[in-house]
Ligand binder design. Structure first.
Ligand SMILES: [Zn+2]
Length: 167
């Protein structure tokens, strides 16, 4: 059983959170990391935490969604976690979806899907990833997931082209 996706009607505030995720992804790329960024927003709309990919140091688990899940576990009551939303430039990988599910976080809004990313990486000749590309709900079936959001596709695709085909 998977949660059926709600209609894609994002508020201006939600779109602004996604734009921040894309900016964090660009920061990550500029720092030599992979272009991914994420923002954790509480039920009242407060931005609680944000992070970007930090794998260049050699630890390939340093994904922002994983960091935000652990931050939420350390800093938020279970009810607050369930009412929070994670915005992210790219759909959670299986590891991050599992972490999100284990700590009981709420909704996820992503700009681009794992399926889109897999297609882009294949087009760029990137070798297959070591972890299967699964939709979030294949890992965490109870999580409400919104995405992809088409207006971010070109900007995020461009970041991955820069990452894997530096000019
Ligand atoms: Zn991940």
């Amino acid at each position: 059983m998977t949660a059926s996706p709600p209609p894609l009607a994002l508020s201006d505030t939600e779109l602004a959170h996604l734009r921040r995720c894309v900016a964090l992804a660009a920061q990550a790329l500029d720092a030599g990391d992979e272009p991914f960024g994420s923002v954790l927003v509480g039920a009242d709309g407060t931005v609680l935490a944000e992070d970007r990919n930090r794998i260049a140091g050699g630890d390939s688990t340093r994904h922002p969604e994983f960091e935000l899940a652990r931050w939420a576990a350390a800093n938020m009551a279970p009810e607050a976690r369930a009412a929070a939303t994670v915005f992210t430039s790219g759909e959670h990988c299986a590891m991050c979806a599992a972490a999100h599910g284990w700590v009981g976080l709420g909704r996820i809004v992503y700009a681009c899907s794992s399926a889109q990313l897999a297609g882009w990486l294949a087009d760029l000749g990137v070798p297959p990833l070591p972890v299967s590309t699964l939709p979030i709900n294949a890992v965490a079936p109870g999580v409400i997931v919104v995405g992809p959001v088409p207006e971010f596709e070109d900007a995020i695709h461009a970041l991955h082209i820069r990452r894997h085909r530096p000019s």
